[in-house]
Design a protein. Structure first.
Length: 328
């Protein structure tokens, strides 16, 4: 065989292999295209597998089959004022939101309409475009991580009202909370509310306690009902190091945790996060020093409708836990 011809074939093979490897990590099932009404512009979205446990988004744009924007990473903008105020930077710079998103569906829409401007060179302006909406679900990650000062050190309530705006923005964390232990500096309702305020699929209620300490306390029904993952999460109110009111949804049920720092305060909770027009059974758990029980947590059960306002009187280092169950 001609040596020069063999060298050319080997060189060509070496050039082709990287291209094939690059193409192989494209997740073809995520490929979605959108063209302009005249077919000249073509936007292409797809995802790439980066390593074993990471997926990232990419896109390209062409005009008449000529590249306008070559392969580029696609970012995500999260509208979350608490996130921005806590970090002090625009949250769209956080790569966490752009990785491991699972494409769950697409919606497409065509528009062709005209409108008349108040002033201008043209009497009518035509709006003609194609629209594509991509729906994603955040991929699974770690169940929990430490990296937090929890009840191993028995911190005060001010520390606990800083965490939702700092460490918990980075993902799940294990606070290792206690309930019955006498060294806890905060009220029982404060500790109970953590199950809804802090996100951690792996939580253990009795870090320094023993299961036999449980004597059928009614408020722990809230803990029993708490799921390990959520369908929706909303920060309703709060201020760093002052207080936090966090709502989370699983299925049709909503769970709310309210925690204050070492100062007492009154919080007005508007239930506009509930489905409009629906009625709910509210299970409310609050601190009450007048009770002759060891935990001094009052349980209240009442019917409410979406949009009702609730007044929560939080003790110093206290809190409240709420469970909303839709009525048929």
């Amino acid at each position: 065989m001609n040596v020069n011809r063999m060298k050319k074939r080997i060189l060509l093979l070496l050039l082709v292999i990287p291209a094939l490897l690059k193409a192989q990590d494209v997740m073809t099932e995520t490929r979605q295209e959108l063209t302009s009404p005249d077919g000249a512009y073509r936007f292409t979205f797809y995802q790439r597998a980066v390593g074993e446990d990471n997926v990232q988004m990419y896109y390209t744009l062409t005009y008449k089959n000529r590249p306008v924007i070559e392969e580029s990473k696609l970012g995500v903008l999260i509208e979350n004022q608490l996130f921005e105020s806590a970090l002090g930077v625009p949250n769209d710079t956080c790569h966490f939101w752009c990785e491991n998103l699972k494409l769950t569906g697409t919606e497409r829409r065509k528009a062709d309409e005209t409108w008349k401007p108040v002033y201008g060179e043209r009497a009518e302006i035509r709006d003609c475009y194609n629209e594509m909406t991509l729906k994603f679900k955040k991929g699974e990650g770690d169940g929990a991580q430490e990296g937090i000062r929890g009840n191993e050190e028995m911190p005060d309530a001010t520390h606990n009202t800083v965490l939702p705006y700092t460490r918990f923005l980075a993902g799940a964390a294990d606070y290792t909370l206690c309930y019955f232990n006498g060294r806890v500096k905060n009220t029982k309702a404060h500790q109970l509310a953590m199950a809804a305020v802090y996100y951690s699929p792996l939580q253990f209620m009795f870090w320094y306690d023993r299961p036999e300490f449980y004597k059928g306390e009614e408020e722990l029904e809230f803990w029993k009902a708490i799921p390990s993952v959520w369908d929706d999460s909303r920060a309703l109110d709060g201020e760093i190091g002052e207080y936090i009111v966090q709502a989370r949804c699983s299925g049709n049920d909503w769970f709310v945790g309210a925690m204050t720092n070492t100062e007492a305060r009154t919080v007005t909770l508007t239930t506009d996060f509930l489905e409009p027009g629906k009625k709910y059974m509210l299970h409310l758990y609050e601190d009450d020093d007048k009770l002759d029980t060891r935990t001094k947590v009052r349980s209240t059960h009442k019917k409410i409708k979406a949009g009702d306002k609730l007044t929560l009187k939080l003790k110093a280092s206290g809190g409240a836990a709420l469970h909303f169950i839709p009525l048929r």
